[in-house]
Unconditional design. Structure first.
Length: 242
């Protein structure tokens, strides 16, 4: 029998509290019936049978839209916060974690996912022009997992950074995690949070993260222990002069 953690605090969560009883029951059903990587194989008929209620699935998808990502032609739902809540930091040396990693890789949802903001999926360099529209849509939805996870992580863990005037856009998140390893970005974001008055002194999260990373590199911390992509010193100097 599979066992997993559940949060008793969900009953105080305004989002969960406002759901109708049958919607609450469906959410609990999905979090129980998803696999150990947080992926639910959508079966609307079985879900309604198990909870004993008929559901308006358009309303359900609207209510759950910020907490799930639909993919594989909408036949599967990925629960955004599942990995972080159940496991925290994934370690491929752990047998259970490694199984989760393999599932995420198979579904195209994994790229060094050891914390919520490291789930960035690299854009395929070798894109086939013959890919159908459905596959392109699936890829976009998978990258939404990363952007949403980063935004949620900032909001829940970095209150001062979340008050900065210009928060990360989807495009900025995409470029940032293409240029730098997620762990380095996470480290810098946490340093920003500990900087007194960060929200009053800096406006843009994206620009501040990039500038702080460049300063670290220029001071001699080459960042390679984080897996940061190659940045030569001339490029850094030019960027600081602009």
């Amino acid at each position: 029998m599979a066992k997993r953690m559940t949060s008793t605090e969900k009953w105080e969560d305004p989002w969960f509290r406002k759901l109708k009883p049958k919607e609450k029951l469906l959410w609990i059903y999905i979090t129980d019936r998803c696999n150990h990587a947080g992926i639910w194989q959508v079966d609307r008929e079985l879900a309604e049978f198990c909870i004993g209620e008929s559901l308006d699935w358009e309303d359900i998808e609207s209510l759950f839209k910020d907490r799930i990502v639909k993919f594989n032609g909408d036949s599967k739902w990925f629960i955004n916060k599942f990995i972080d809540f159940q496991y925290g930091v994934l370690d491929d040396r752990n047998r259970v974690h490694n199984s989760v990693i393999n599932i995420l890789k198979k579904e195209g949802l994994y790229k060094g996912l050891i914390s919520p903001i490291q789930g960035h999926k690299d854009k395929d360099k070798d894109k086939d022009k013959d890919k159908d529209k459905e596959k392109v849509k699936d890829k976009d939805k998978k990258e939404e997992v990363v952007f949403h996870s980063l935004q949620v992580w900032i909001k829940e863990n970095l209150p001062s950074v979340s008050k900065m005037k210009q928060q990360l856009t989807y495009e900025e998140c995409d470029r940032l995690l293409n240029d730098f390893d997620g762990e380095l970005v996470k480290d810098v974001l946490e340093a920003m949070e500990n900087y007194n008055g960060i929200s009053g002194k800096y406006k843009s999260v994206n620009r501040t993260v990039r500038n702080w990373i460049k300063i670290r590199l220029e001071k001699g911390s080459n960042g390679r222990k984080y897996g940061v992509l190659d940045h030569n010193m001339e490029a850094i100097k030019r960027a600081r002069q602009e």
